[in-house]
Design a protein around this ligand. Sequence first.
Ligand code: PHE
Length: 354
Amino acid sequence: MDGLETLKAKYLMAVAAAADENALEEVRLAALGKKGEVSALMATLGKMDPDQRKAAGAMLNVLKDEIDAALRAKKAALGDAALDARLRAEWLDVTLPARPRRAGTIHPISQVMEELTAIFADMGFAVAEGPQVESDWYNFDALNIPPEHPARQEHDTFFMHRAEGDNRPPHVLRTHTSPVQIRALMDKGAPIRVIAPGRVYRMDMDQTHTPMFHQVEGLAIDRDISMANLKWVLEEFCRAYFEVPSVELRFRASHFPFTEPSAEVDIRCSWEGGQLKIGQGDKWMEILGSGMVHPKVLAAAGVDPAQWQGFAFGMGIDRIAMLKYGIPDLRAFFESDLRWLRDRHTHRPAKTRV
Ligand code: PHE
Protein backbone atom coordinates (compact mmCIF):
# COMPACT_ATOMS: atom_id res chain seq x y z
CA MET A 1 0.00 0.00 0.00
CA ASP A 2 2.81 2.38 -0.74
CA GLY A 3 2.10 5.30 -2.94
CA LEU A 4 -1.33 6.15 -1.51
CA GLU A 5 -0.18 9.68 -0.76
CA THR A 6 0.98 10.05 -4.38
CA LEU A 7 -2.37 8.72 -5.59
CA LYS A 8 -4.22 11.14 -3.35
CA ALA A 9 -2.18 14.13 -4.56
CA LYS A 10 -2.70 13.08 -8.18
CA TYR A 11 -6.49 12.92 -7.92
CA LEU A 12 -6.92 16.02 -5.78
CA MET A 13 -4.97 17.94 -8.40
CA ALA A 14 -7.06 16.43 -11.18
CA VAL A 15 -10.24 17.43 -9.35
CA ALA A 16 -8.97 20.98 -8.91
CA ALA A 17 -8.04 21.17 -12.60
CA ALA A 18 -11.40 19.89 -13.94
CA ALA A 19 -12.91 22.76 -15.91
CA ASP A 20 -16.46 21.46 -16.22
CA GLU A 21 -18.79 18.71 -15.07
CA ASN A 22 -17.74 16.31 -17.85
CA ALA A 23 -14.06 16.59 -16.98
CA LEU A 24 -14.93 16.06 -13.33
CA GLU A 25 -16.89 12.91 -14.16
CA GLU A 26 -13.85 11.53 -15.99
CA VAL A 27 -11.72 12.08 -12.89
CA ARG A 28 -14.32 10.30 -10.77
CA LEU A 29 -14.38 7.31 -13.12
CA ALA A 30 -10.57 7.11 -13.26
CA ALA A 31 -10.36 7.04 -9.46
CA LEU A 32 -13.55 5.61 -8.02
CA GLY A 33 -15.31 4.08 -11.03
CA LYS A 34 -15.60 0.28 -11.30
CA LYS A 35 -12.36 0.11 -13.25
CA GLY A 36 -10.77 3.05 -11.45
CA GLU A 37 -7.40 3.02 -9.74
CA VAL A 38 -8.73 3.12 -6.17
CA SER A 39 -11.26 0.42 -6.94
CA ALA A 40 -8.48 -1.73 -8.38
CA LEU A 41 -6.53 -1.39 -5.11
CA MET A 42 -9.67 -2.30 -3.17
CA ALA A 43 -9.86 -5.50 -5.23
CA THR A 44 -6.40 -6.57 -4.02
CA LEU A 45 -7.60 -6.61 -0.39
CA GLY A 46 -9.08 -10.07 -0.85
CA LYS A 47 -5.66 -11.61 -1.40
CA MET A 48 -4.14 -10.18 1.77
CA ASP A 49 -3.95 -11.83 5.15
CA PRO A 50 -6.42 -10.51 7.76
CA ASP A 51 -4.09 -8.12 9.63
CA GLN A 52 -2.74 -6.59 6.47
CA ARG A 53 -6.24 -6.34 5.02
CA LYS A 54 -7.55 -4.48 8.04
CA ALA A 55 -4.85 -1.82 7.94
CA ALA A 56 -4.87 -1.43 4.14
CA GLY A 57 -8.68 -1.39 3.98
CA ALA A 58 -8.90 1.45 6.49
CA MET A 59 -6.33 3.53 4.57
CA LEU A 60 -8.08 2.91 1.26
CA ASN A 61 -11.42 3.94 2.71
CA VAL A 62 -9.93 7.18 3.98
CA LEU A 63 -8.45 7.84 0.54
CA LYS A 64 -11.75 7.06 -1.15
CA ASP A 65 -13.65 9.41 1.17
CA GLU A 66 -11.16 12.22 0.63
CA ILE A 67 -11.37 11.99 -3.14
CA ASP A 68 -15.15 11.68 -2.97
CA ALA A 69 -15.43 14.81 -0.79
CA ALA A 70 -13.21 16.77 -3.17
CA LEU A 71 -15.32 15.63 -6.13
CA ARG A 72 -18.56 16.72 -4.44
CA ALA A 73 -17.21 20.11 -3.41
CA LYS A 74 -15.96 20.76 -6.91
CA LYS A 75 -19.25 19.62 -8.42
CA ALA A 76 -21.19 22.09 -6.27
CA ALA A 77 -18.81 24.91 -7.20
CA LEU A 78 -19.11 24.10 -10.92
CA GLY A 79 -22.93 24.03 -10.54
CA ASP A 80 -22.94 27.50 -8.98
CA ALA A 81 -20.68 28.79 -11.73
CA ALA A 82 -22.94 27.27 -14.41
CA LEU A 83 -25.99 28.92 -12.81
CA ASP A 84 -24.19 32.25 -12.62
CA ALA A 85 -23.25 31.99 -16.27
CA ARG A 86 -26.83 31.13 -17.20
CA LEU A 87 -28.22 34.02 -15.21
CA ARG A 88 -25.78 36.36 -16.93
CA ALA A 89 -26.72 34.98 -20.36
CA GLU A 90 -30.46 35.20 -19.69
CA TRP A 91 -30.34 38.72 -18.33
CA LEU A 92 -33.33 40.71 -19.44
CA ASP A 93 -33.67 44.47 -19.72
CA VAL A 94 -37.15 45.07 -18.33
CA THR A 95 -36.90 48.76 -19.21
CA LEU A 96 -37.01 47.94 -22.94
CA PRO A 97 -40.27 49.02 -24.58
CA ALA A 98 -42.70 46.20 -25.46
CA ARG A 99 -42.56 44.88 -28.98
CA PRO A 100 -45.69 45.98 -30.82
CA ARG A 101 -46.34 42.59 -32.44
CA ARG A 102 -46.62 41.07 -28.97
CA ALA A 103 -48.95 43.72 -27.65
CA GLY A 104 -51.90 42.33 -25.69
CA THR A 105 -55.50 43.41 -25.81
CA ILE A 106 -57.79 44.45 -23.00
CA HIS A 107 -59.86 41.53 -21.75
CA PRO A 108 -63.53 42.08 -22.62
CA ILE A 109 -64.50 41.88 -18.93
CA SER A 110 -62.04 44.64 -18.01
CA GLN A 111 -63.29 46.71 -20.90
CA VAL A 112 -66.90 46.28 -19.84
CA MET A 113 -65.99 47.21 -16.25
CA GLU A 114 -64.45 50.43 -17.50
CA GLU A 115 -67.47 51.17 -19.67
CA LEU A 116 -70.02 50.64 -16.93
CA THR A 117 -68.02 52.55 -14.35
CA ALA A 118 -68.00 55.54 -16.72
CA ILE A 119 -71.75 55.30 -17.38
CA PHE A 120 -72.65 55.09 -13.68
CA ALA A 121 -70.18 57.87 -12.89
CA ASP A 122 -72.22 60.11 -15.20
CA MET A 123 -75.23 59.34 -13.03
CA GLY A 124 -73.36 60.28 -9.86
CA PHE A 125 -72.27 56.84 -8.65
CA ALA A 126 -68.82 56.51 -7.02
CA VAL A 127 -66.91 53.21 -6.94
CA ALA A 128 -66.75 51.22 -3.68
CA GLU A 129 -64.68 48.12 -2.97
CA GLY A 130 -64.59 45.17 -0.61
CA PRO A 131 -62.57 41.97 -0.10
CA GLN A 132 -63.17 38.78 -2.09
CA VAL A 133 -62.58 36.64 0.99
CA GLU A 134 -65.43 37.88 3.12
CA SER A 135 -66.71 37.16 6.59
CA ASP A 136 -69.90 35.25 7.06
CA TRP A 137 -71.43 38.33 8.68
CA TYR A 138 -70.92 40.68 5.73
CA ASN A 139 -71.80 38.09 3.08
CA PHE A 140 -74.94 36.80 4.85
CA ASP A 141 -76.04 37.99 8.32
CA ALA A 142 -75.88 41.73 7.69
CA LEU A 143 -77.88 41.14 4.49
CA ASN A 144 -80.70 39.58 6.48
CA ILE A 145 -79.62 36.01 5.74
CA PRO A 146 -79.26 34.42 9.21
CA PRO A 147 -77.48 31.04 9.56
CA GLU A 148 -80.58 28.88 9.16
CA HIS A 149 -81.92 30.82 6.14
CA PRO A 150 -82.48 28.64 3.01
CA ALA A 151 -80.86 31.33 0.81
CA ARG A 152 -77.52 30.22 2.24
CA GLN A 153 -77.91 26.86 0.46
CA GLU A 154 -78.87 28.52 -2.81
CA HIS A 155 -75.60 30.44 -2.89
CA ASP A 156 -73.40 27.34 -3.53
CA THR A 157 -70.76 28.89 -1.31
CA PHE A 158 -67.02 28.16 -1.25
CA PHE A 159 -65.88 28.08 2.39
CA MET A 160 -62.39 28.84 3.68
CA HIS A 161 -60.78 26.53 6.27
CA ARG A 162 -60.57 27.43 9.93
CA ALA A 163 -57.74 26.10 12.09
CA GLU A 164 -58.51 22.89 14.01
CA GLY A 165 -60.54 23.72 17.11
CA ASP A 166 -61.55 27.21 15.91
CA ASN A 167 -65.33 27.09 15.97
CA ARG A 168 -66.10 30.52 14.53
CA PRO A 169 -68.03 30.43 11.23
CA PRO A 170 -65.59 30.09 8.34
CA HIS A 171 -64.88 32.96 5.98
CA VAL A 172 -66.31 32.54 2.49
CA LEU A 173 -65.40 33.56 -1.04
CA ARG A 174 -68.04 36.24 -1.45
CA THR A 175 -71.03 34.85 -3.33
CA HIS A 176 -72.20 38.29 -4.47
CA THR A 177 -71.08 41.93 -4.35
CA SER A 178 -73.86 42.80 -1.87
CA PRO A 179 -71.53 42.73 1.19
CA VAL A 180 -69.96 45.87 -0.30
CA GLN A 181 -73.31 47.64 0.33
CA ILE A 182 -72.80 47.02 4.04
CA ARG A 183 -69.16 48.09 3.99
CA ALA A 184 -69.92 51.27 2.05
CA LEU A 185 -72.82 52.23 4.32
CA MET A 186 -70.81 51.58 7.48
CA ASP A 187 -67.94 53.54 6.05
CA LYS A 188 -69.74 56.53 4.48
CA GLY A 189 -73.29 56.47 5.87
CA ALA A 190 -76.31 57.96 4.06
CA PRO A 191 -76.99 59.59 1.64
CA ILE A 192 -74.88 57.45 -0.67
CA ARG A 193 -74.68 56.48 -4.32
CA VAL A 194 -72.11 53.81 -5.18
CA ILE A 195 -71.41 50.93 -7.52
CA ALA A 196 -69.13 48.03 -6.55
CA PRO A 197 -67.80 45.99 -9.48
CA GLY A 198 -65.80 42.84 -8.73
CA ARG A 199 -65.28 39.11 -8.65
CA VAL A 200 -67.69 36.74 -6.96
CA TYR A 201 -67.64 32.95 -6.54
CA ARG A 202 -70.17 30.11 -6.63
CA MET A 203 -69.89 26.38 -7.26
CA ASP A 204 -71.53 26.32 -10.65
CA MET A 205 -70.30 25.54 -14.17
CA ASP A 206 -72.07 25.39 -17.53
CA GLN A 207 -72.42 27.48 -20.69
CA THR A 208 -73.74 30.49 -18.79
CA HIS A 209 -72.16 29.91 -15.34
CA THR A 210 -68.54 29.81 -14.19
CA PRO A 211 -67.34 29.29 -10.57
CA MET A 212 -65.79 32.77 -10.62
CA PHE A 213 -67.73 35.53 -12.28
CA HIS A 214 -68.26 39.28 -12.01
CA GLN A 215 -71.03 41.41 -10.64
CA VAL A 216 -71.56 45.09 -10.23
CA GLU A 217 -73.53 46.13 -7.20
CA GLY A 218 -75.45 49.38 -7.23
CA LEU A 219 -76.68 51.19 -4.13
CA ALA A 220 -78.51 54.48 -3.86
CA ILE A 221 -79.80 55.61 -0.46
CA ASP A 222 -81.42 58.96 0.25
CA ARG A 223 -84.57 60.31 1.91
CA ASP A 224 -87.04 59.63 -0.88
CA ILE A 225 -85.56 57.20 -3.42
CA SER A 226 -88.15 54.82 -4.91
CA MET A 227 -88.48 51.86 -7.26
CA ALA A 228 -89.18 54.34 -10.07
CA ASN A 229 -85.67 55.75 -9.68
CA LEU A 230 -84.31 52.19 -9.90
CA LYS A 231 -86.17 51.55 -13.15
CA TRP A 232 -84.95 54.80 -14.69
CA VAL A 233 -81.33 54.18 -13.70
CA LEU A 234 -81.35 50.64 -15.15
CA GLU A 235 -82.98 51.67 -18.41
CA GLU A 236 -80.65 54.62 -18.77
CA PHE A 237 -77.68 52.35 -18.10
CA CYS A 238 -78.77 49.75 -20.68
CA ARG A 239 -79.35 52.38 -23.36
CA ALA A 240 -75.91 53.87 -22.82
CA TYR A 241 -74.13 50.55 -22.46
CA PHE A 242 -75.66 48.86 -25.50
CA GLU A 243 -75.57 52.16 -27.42
CA VAL A 244 -79.19 51.87 -28.58
CA PRO A 245 -82.13 54.30 -28.37
CA SER A 246 -84.18 51.79 -26.41
CA VAL A 247 -83.85 48.35 -24.88
CA GLU A 248 -86.61 46.15 -23.59
CA LEU A 249 -86.34 45.21 -19.95
CA ARG A 250 -88.72 42.89 -18.10
CA PHE A 251 -89.19 43.34 -14.34
CA ARG A 252 -90.28 40.12 -12.64
CA ALA A 253 -91.42 40.09 -9.02
CA SER A 254 -88.88 38.08 -7.06
CA HIS A 255 -87.47 37.57 -3.61
CA PHE A 256 -84.16 38.47 -1.99
CA PRO A 257 -83.76 38.56 1.79
CA PHE A 258 -82.01 41.93 1.56
CA THR A 259 -84.60 43.79 -0.55
CA GLU A 260 -88.34 44.36 -0.19
CA PRO A 261 -89.95 44.49 -2.68
CA SER A 262 -87.59 42.66 -5.05
CA ALA A 263 -87.44 42.31 -8.80
CA GLU A 264 -85.34 40.34 -11.23
CA VAL A 265 -84.68 42.00 -14.54
CA ASP A 266 -84.40 40.29 -17.93
CA ILE A 267 -83.37 41.79 -21.24
CA ARG A 268 -84.86 40.83 -24.60
CA CYS A 269 -82.42 38.93 -26.81
CA SER A 270 -82.07 36.20 -29.41
CA TRP A 271 -79.72 33.22 -29.72
CA GLU A 272 -80.31 32.63 -33.41
CA GLY A 273 -77.52 30.76 -35.21
CA GLY A 274 -75.58 30.49 -31.94
CA GLN A 275 -75.14 34.27 -31.91
CA LEU A 276 -76.47 36.32 -29.05
CA LYS A 277 -78.17 39.55 -29.99
CA ILE A 278 -79.89 42.04 -27.75
CA GLY A 279 -83.00 44.09 -28.42
CA GLN A 280 -84.65 41.56 -30.71
CA GLY A 281 -85.86 37.96 -30.67
CA ASP A 282 -88.15 36.04 -28.40
CA LYS A 283 -85.74 35.11 -25.60
CA TRP A 284 -85.10 36.82 -22.29
CA MET A 285 -81.79 36.77 -20.45
CA GLU A 286 -81.69 37.49 -16.75
CA ILE A 287 -79.09 40.18 -16.11
CA LEU A 288 -79.74 41.38 -12.59
CA GLY A 289 -81.50 41.19 -9.24
CA SER A 290 -82.75 44.33 -7.54
CA GLY A 291 -85.15 45.89 -5.07
CA MET A 292 -85.63 48.39 -2.27
CA VAL A 293 -83.04 47.86 0.45
CA HIS A 294 -84.60 46.01 3.40
CA PRO A 295 -84.88 48.12 6.59
CA LYS A 296 -83.04 45.39 8.51
CA VAL A 297 -80.07 45.74 6.14
CA LEU A 298 -79.92 49.51 6.66
CA ALA A 299 -80.12 48.97 10.43
CA ALA A 300 -77.36 46.32 10.36
CA ALA A 301 -75.12 48.86 8.61
CA GLY A 302 -75.95 51.55 11.19
CA VAL A 303 -78.29 53.62 8.99
CA ASP A 304 -81.69 54.63 10.43
CA PRO A 305 -84.41 53.04 8.24
CA ALA A 306 -86.97 55.57 9.54
CA GLN A 307 -85.06 58.33 7.80
CA TRP A 308 -83.38 56.68 4.82
CA GLN A 309 -84.44 54.41 1.99
CA GLY A 310 -83.25 53.42 -1.44
CA PHE A 311 -82.58 50.74 -4.01
CA ALA A 312 -79.89 48.17 -4.67
CA PHE A 313 -79.13 45.95 -7.63
CA GLY A 314 -76.59 43.27 -8.51
CA MET A 315 -75.88 42.85 -12.21
CA GLY A 316 -73.92 40.06 -13.94
CA ILE A 317 -71.02 41.74 -15.75
CA ASP A 318 -70.12 38.60 -17.71
CA ARG A 319 -73.72 38.33 -18.91
CA ILE A 320 -73.84 41.87 -20.25
CA ALA A 321 -70.39 41.37 -21.82
CA MET A 322 -71.67 38.24 -23.61
CA LEU A 323 -74.62 40.24 -24.89
CA LYS A 324 -72.61 43.19 -26.12
CA TYR A 325 -69.85 41.17 -27.76
CA GLY A 326 -71.97 38.24 -28.98
CA ILE A 327 -70.12 35.58 -26.99
CA PRO A 328 -72.30 32.48 -26.56
CA ASP A 329 -70.19 30.58 -24.00
CA LEU A 330 -69.23 32.24 -20.74
CA ARG A 331 -66.41 29.75 -20.09
CA ALA A 332 -64.37 31.21 -22.99
CA PHE A 333 -63.81 34.36 -20.90
CA PHE A 334 -61.64 32.52 -18.40
CA GLU A 335 -59.73 29.97 -20.48
CA SER A 336 -56.89 32.46 -21.13
CA ASP A 337 -56.65 31.37 -24.76
CA LEU A 338 -54.55 34.06 -26.43
CA ARG A 339 -56.04 33.37 -29.85
CA TRP A 340 -59.51 34.03 -28.44
CA LEU A 341 -58.37 37.21 -26.71
CA ARG A 342 -56.74 38.53 -29.91
CA ASP A 343 -59.85 37.70 -31.90
CA ARG A 344 -61.83 40.08 -29.68
CA HIS A 345 -60.69 42.95 -31.92
CA THR A 346 -62.69 41.55 -34.75
CA HIS A 347 -65.90 41.18 -32.76
CA ARG A 348 -68.18 44.11 -33.43
CA PRO A 349 -70.15 45.44 -30.50
CA ALA A 350 -73.83 44.51 -30.55
CA LYS A 351 -74.92 47.98 -31.67
CA THR A 352 -74.05 47.12 -35.28
CA ARG A 353 -76.43 44.18 -35.21
CA VAL A 354 -79.40 45.50 -33.30
N1 PHE B 1 -76.97 39.83 -4.53
C1 PHE B 1 -77.96 39.33 -5.45
C2 PHE B 1 -77.40 38.13 -6.18
O1 PHE B 1 -76.22 37.97 -6.28
C3 PHE B 1 -78.36 40.38 -6.44
C4 PHE B 1 -79.03 41.55 -5.80
C5 PHE B 1 -78.29 42.64 -5.40
C6 PHE B 1 -80.40 41.56 -5.63
C7 PHE B 1 -78.91 43.72 -4.82
C8 PHE B 1 -81.01 42.62 -5.05
C9 PHE B 1 -80.28 43.70 -4.66
O2 PHE B 1 -78.13 37.34 -6.71
